[in-house]
Design a protein around this ligand. Structure first.
Ligand code: EPU
Length: 333
């Protein structure tokens, strides 16, 4: 048995039968036959996982690293990045080298492979806007397949790898297409507010300034996994139709909401906050005091403690607002 304590940012002390790392596509292909008949799970930085109990199988982790420029034209650069590269190190590298687009995704925990599964997003930007293609190995056959952006079926925190092809492919490399010209995305309310407060002029903002600012906003709102276990946002923000929105606005005229494709997004953090859950706890699982969307491990929580809290929060949100919220974190049972 092997402890997964240091492989999940929730800090859950779950065990797995075997833990295997590989640092090349060939090594991954060579080990695939040994997975036959066993349960297996590919993890990245473990920042979006909840081990509900011990995992009776093989946990795989990529050590495929490297970031190579594969193409460049007058406007863009294409970088092929190993799935095992730490996400924020990649963002830092891009900002340093003048490859733009990912600044708003600074400090998101996790690795590059997972960025393409989860379609990570923050402050108005999603990874899928910059993903050109994804290379992945078919676990059943060992054959390499390349997915273009369209065939990854990206949506809010979602991709084909999370749904239709879940458990069938292991991502080895992701090619990002970045801009050589800095044109920041500053539409998000929290960013506009921050720029104003700091008296910063968007016209003279640099990518490094923007990255630093995003890092500071995240640090002020989200727990540092090294200090307090969490999986970042635990729930996804629900998207409701206009009828539901009007019903809610009658009772809660100040409810924040944003128009998105297919409806109106309501911040789950606000819904949970309104239920009085912010800063509350159940056993060793808690709702983070600075952002109600985040569930935290207050020390020694089990996966089941987190699930119990999640169920209680979801029930209260449903009872109060008649809206169902769903976890963003992947439950491993
Ligand atoms: N709000 C509250 N109470 C709370 C939390 C939020 O009233 O406890 C309200 C805020 O006042 C604000 C609104 O909810 O009006 C939205 O809050 P925020 O800007 O913090 O963003 P979010 O929707 O709660 C999403 C992402 C985060 C990402 C931020 C910034 C999801 C599931 N989460 O959170 O992503 O960093 O926007 O873009 O979409 C993650 O996925 O792990 C993550 C941290």
């Amino acid at each position: 048995m092997y402890s997964l304590l240091h492989h999940n940012t929730f800090g859950i002390d779950a065990q797995c039968a075997e833990f295997v790392e590989y640092d090349s596509v060939e090594k991954l292909q060579t080990l695939l036959p040994s997975l036959q008949g066993k349960r297996w799970l590919q993890i990245g930085g473990g920042s979006n996982l909840l081990f509900v109990k011990d995992f009776d199988g093989v946990v795989l982790h990529s050590r495929i690293v490297g970031c190579d420029e594969v193409h460049r034209d007058t406007h863009n650069v294409w970088l092929r990045v190993g799935a095992g590269v730490v996400w924020d190190e990649f963002v830092a590298y891009c900002v340093e080298h003048g490859f733009y687009g990912l600044e708003n995704l600074s400090l998101i925990p996790g690795e590059v492979g997972a960025s393409a599964v989860q379609n990570i997003g923050a402050y108005g930007v999603e990874a899928c806007q910059y993903i050109e293609k994804v290379e992945a190995i078919d676990v059943a056959t060992g054959v390499l397949r390349t997915f273009d952006n369209q065939s990854c079926q990206y949506a809010y925190r979602s991709s084909i790898f999370k749904h239709a092809l879940r458990g069938q492919y292991i991502i080895t490399y992701v090619t990002y297409r970045l801009s050589l010209k800095f044109s920041p995305d500053l539409d998000y309310a929290a960013i506009r507010r921050e720029l104003e407060q700091r008296g910063m002029n968007p016209a003279t903002l640099t990518a490094q300034n923007l990255r630093n600012m995003i890092i500071q906003i995240r640090q002020s709102k989200l727990p540092d996994p090294k200090e307090l276990g969490s999986a970042g946002s635990f729930f996804m923000n629900p998207v409701v139709d206009n009828e539901c929105l009007q019903r809610l606005l009658k009772s809660y005229p100040n409810m924040p909401h944003y128009n998105v494709e297919g409806g109106v997004k309501i911040p789950a953090g606000w819904l949970i906050d309104q239920c009085g859950w912010k800063g509350q706890k159940m056993g060793q699982a808690g709702v983070y005091s600075k952002q109600a969307l985040v569930l935290v491990n207050l020390g020694g929580a089990t996966g089941q403690d987190i699930v119990n809290l999640s169920n209680a929060v979801r029930k209260d949100v449903y009872d109060k607002f008649a809206i169902r919220i769903y976890p963003e974190a992947n439950f491993i049972e």
